[in-house]
Design a binder for this molecule. Structure first.
Ligand code: NAP
Length: 309
């Protein structure tokens, strides 16, 4: 009985330490030196598998260290009939909320204008906006979107949220399903995307979404690169319909040298760093899921392959 770590080798020591701190007796092996393939019961992967996981005939389950499993689901080496769990890690959730709240407050407190004024040695004072006057929309009210919503609600922002099923979250006006997307966006000045990438959500950040927002709106996109129709964003910025975009995720990554986002004055690029899984906290669910898989129980945060997330 063995667990195979098949994620980034650079992180292997951290994961081994965190997993063995919870259960020193676990037989943890490391790709590609896994010994007899028939002894592997459970595989830990990142955003992709490093090779064909179908060779592990006795595999009970697969655990990703990533919250979004869109790349993994497209991987031919992923056994189609074994349960797959995605990562829900409180360390990752906290860092995503920090990232989003930081950029929301930077917008509220006029960070970009103040930095530009300092560069021009210009004293720029003026009235201050209240959070209550800034309507924020959140696409995706799952683990990450709901935590962001809770913190922004505590700060006083009026919130509108969109998901597949309707939600009851404090301070959030909930909209559900494609037919309510446009209604959700009405009057929104700051749009946050925290959706999973699926067939239904690919290319969702397009000109129709941008046109439905309040003029001069800001986009904070920390979900997946393929949600965004880049040409539509550039056109919306050019037209002044959007005033700014903060983008953490791209298709492809790394963002190629010479891409217009790098030098666009209204685009802030961050290199897919909004939130990363922390081994110290992420190992808890991995060990729990290993035990569940061995007991034949459903996994925590098991991916619904029919929905793609
Ligand atoms: P989650 O818990 O699965 O939540 C996904 C949310 O999206 C749910 O509210 C879901 O609706 C909604 N949704 C899915 N498909 C939809 C559709 N077709 N129409 C409307 N709403 C839809 O996922 P999470 O843990 O919050 O993570 C969200 C995403 O963040 C990940 O998939 C990943 O792409 C991204 N992410 C990025 C980083 C980074 O560093 N940039 C880090 C981690 C994660 P229901 O609630 O009704 O199911």
């Amino acid at each position: 009985m063995a667990i195979l770590y098949a994620d980034d080798p650079a992180d292997a020591a951290d994961w081994a330490k965190a997993i063995h701190a919870l259960d020193p007796a676990l037989d943890l092996r490391f790709w590609p030196d896994f010994g007899a393939a028939g002894e592997i019961d459970f595989v830990i992967v990142g955003s992709k598998a490093p090779g064909d996981l179908r060779q592990f005939a006795n595999l009970r389950a697969i655990q990703s260290t990533w919250a979004g499993v869109n790349l993994l689901l497209g991987d031919v080496g992923l056994p189609p009939d074994r349960p797959l769990a995605r990562m829900v890690d409180r360390g990752l959730t906290v860092s995503m909320t920090e990232y989003v709240v930081f950029h929301v407050l930077d917008h509220l407190r006029e960070g970009p204008r103040l930095r530009a004024a300092q560069r021009a040695h210009r004293w720029l004072d003026g009235p201050q906006r209240s959070p209550r006057s800034l309507s924020v929309g959140i696409l995706g009210l799952g683990v990450l979107g709901a935590d962001v919503a809770a913190k922004l609600h505590a700060l006083g922002f009026p919130l509108r949220g969109w998901s597949r099923s309707r939600k009851e979250l404090p301070g959030v006006t909930s909209f559900a399903g494609r037919e309510q997307l446009t209604a959700c966006l009405a009057g929104v000045e700051l749009l946050i995307c925290l959706l999973p990438l699926t067939d239904d959500t690919r290319g969702i950040l397009d000109h129709t979404v941008f046109a439905a927002l309040a003029p001069g709106a800001v986009l904070i996109h920390a979900a997946r690169g393929a949600h965004l129709v880049e040409a539509d964003l550039l056109a919306a910025l050019e037209a002044g319909h959007l005033s700014r975009a903060v983008i953490d995720v791209f298709a492809p990554e790394p963002l190629p040298a010479g891409h217009p986002f790098w030098r666009h004055p209204a685009v802030t690029v961050t290199p897919h760093v909004a939130a990363i899984t922390r081994a110290g906290t992420g190992a808890e669910d991995i060990v729990a899921n290993y035990r569940r898989a061995m007991a034949g129980q459903p996994l925590i945060n098991q991916v619904d392959r029919s929905q793609g997330y």
